[in-house]
Design a protein around this ligand. Structure first.
Ligand code: NAD
Length: 490
């Protein structure tokens, strides 16, 4: 495991010499130390990226870049087990989930290899204009030096969602992982070097948000910022970026609803609701953390959920059979415990709400369900980012939609019903960027991903993700030699 910074294709000590402790949330023990990069290191990384953009990298074709992306994907696949084990120690998630994430990261690099090749075919695209003396074509330019700031809940995968399209587009990037989970981003730097990605195209600066992240957002040579994280940090990043009129895309938080009608298949619903809120310890931006259930079936569904939640195996992510690992950090653990205390005053605790009695150390928490949650309750409105489900009931479809859409967030939403016409109608009416029918959370990398309202600006994944890192340029040519004579007209 690396502890230095990856800048200009080389491993570099942080200029101011700081370190950050990497803690295993299952044991609360420090197991590694990484460099705490500061503004000076970010400046060096941005300079390296700028140097790469000024060199042959900017003349590579999509086809050339696809070669690097596929080579990175192959290395990730080859080293899947080792990368997943690092992710488990760093983040706490169960190993099968980490293996899934790493596989998805490899898939992401392969997918953007294909998009990079397709980009060659899009170059020079002719755009019809209503005057046949002119021809307009579009050239797609890389956005330039790009800052990528990612969170801790899917450390490698969130990095892949940004690094792969940015490289496909021909950008040179500085990646700043979360201070809680810096390790797999550094592994990505190592892999980039192994496959011969030109120096400076991918730089990795580990460090704290308030120093390294803030400098990356403010650096005048960064032309594009892609950020995933919380709403307050997203606002801070976008505000700073506005000073230089940087292009910014934001993937922020959520408080997503899952609406359950009384004709839904109960056992399927139990499975999807549990997956929607307990997967990754509930630390999922799109987690369906608000269940809005039709009154008639509420007691039965809540009863079944409670039974199943109690059966979930909680433990170290490396222990076979673990379904729920620890929360990522002490700060996150305390934050979620605090929300549980708030919830006890605002609603009815159905199950969970405490540290499991068999686990004395680690940031472990029982899967928790609150019922009778009012729309004004904090646990209904605010993103908890932990394994805590808030339940409310409805009597009409209109009421369900009102409750679902009454949120400052708009990342995701789900509906469970066997009446497909109704489910489609509700799906259309959700104010959200991602909607699931009769499921919650499955995510493919080809469709667009992102939120409305305070959940973000722009879309990642698919070709939308690639477009994030491209600047289209129109080139319009006058096709005739005749004088146009605009000044003679009228
Ligand atoms: P966070 O906002 O605390 O941190 C995100 C990143 O920003 C980290 O790398 C951090 O170091 C950096 N940062 C912190 N302060 C900064 C500053 N002033 N300037 C620049 N960078 C700074 O978020 P988190 O706790 O790491 O992640 C959890 C949040 O991320 C949740 O709100 C979750 O919903 C959201 N999230 C959203 C998506 C999505 O696709 N919409 C995906 C994953 C996570």
């Amino acid at each position: 495991m690396q502890s230095k910074l990856f800048i200009g294709g080389k491993w570099a000590e942080p200029l101011e010499g700081g370190t950050l402790d990497v803690i295993n949330p299952a044991t609360e023990q420090v197991f590694h130390r990484c460099a705490a990069g500061t503004a000076a290191d970010v400046d060096a990384a941005v300079a390296a990226a700028k140097g790469a953009m000024a060199g042959p990298w900017s003349r590579t074709s999509g086809h050339d870049r696809a070669g690097y992306l596929r080579a990175i994907a192959a290395k990730i696949e080859e080293q899947k087990q080792a990368l997943a084990e690092i992710e488990v120690r760093d983040n706490g998630k169960p190993l099968p989930e980490a293996l899934w994430d790493v596989g998805d990261a490899a898939y992401c690099f392969n997918l953007y290899a294909t998009y990079a090749e397709e980009l060659d075919g899009r170059q020079g695209e002719i755009i019809g204009v209503p005057d046949d003396r002119f021809q307009s074509r579009v050239k797609y330019m890389p956005a330039g030096v790009t800052g990528l700031i990612v969170p801790w809940n899917y450390p490698l995968l969130m990095a892949a969602w940004k690094v792969a399209p940015a490289i496909a587009a021909g950008c040179a990037v500085v990646l700043k992982p979360s201070e809680y989970t810096p390790l797999t981003a550094l592994e990505l730097g190592r892999i980039a070097a192994e496959v011969g990605l030109p120096d400076g195209v991918l730089n990795v600066v580990t460090g704290y948000g308030g120093t390294a992240g803030a400098r990356l957002s403010a650096h005048p040579d960064v032309r594009k910022l892609a950020f995933t994280g919380s709403v307050p940090t997203g606002i801070a990043v976008a505000s700073v970026a506005a000073r230089d009129v940087k292009s910014v895309s934001l993937e922020l938080g959520g408080k997503s609803p899952i609406v359950v009608f009384d004709d839904a298949d109960i056992e399927h619903t139990v499975e999807w609701v549990m997956f929607g809120i307990f997967w990754n310890q509930g630390q999922v931006c799109s987690a369906t953390s608000r269940m809005i259930v039709e009154k008639g079936i509420a007691p039965k569904l809540i009863g079944r959920l409670s039974e199943e939640a109690k059966k979930i195996t909680i433990g170290d992510g490396m222990t076979p059979g673990t379904l729920l690992g620890p929360l990522v950090s002490k700060i996150q653990y305390d934050k979620v415990l605090n929300y549980i205390e708030v919830g006890k005053k605002e609603a009815t605790l159905i199950t969970g709400g405490a540290r499991p009695s068999h686990l004395n150390e680690g940031y472990f928490l029982e899967p928790t369900i609150f019922a009778d949650v009012r729309p004004s309750a904090r646990i209904w409105k605010e993103e908890i980012f932990g394994p805590v489900l808030a339940v409310s009931t409805f009597e009409t479809e209109d009421e369900a939609l009102r409750l679902a859409n009454d949120s400052e967030f708009g990342l995701a939403a789900a509906v469970m019903s066997q009446d497909i016409k109704r489910a489609e109608r509700v799906a259309d009416a959700f104010e959200a960027g991602v909607v699931w029918i009769n499921c919650s959370q499955p995510n493919f990398l080809e469709p667009p991903w992102g939120g409305v309202k305070k959940s973000g600006i722009g879309r990642e994944l698919g070709t939308w993700g690639l477009n994030n890192f491209l600047e289209p340029k129109q080139i319009t040519r006058y096709l005739t030699r005749d004088p146009w004579g605009w000044y003679l007209k009228g």
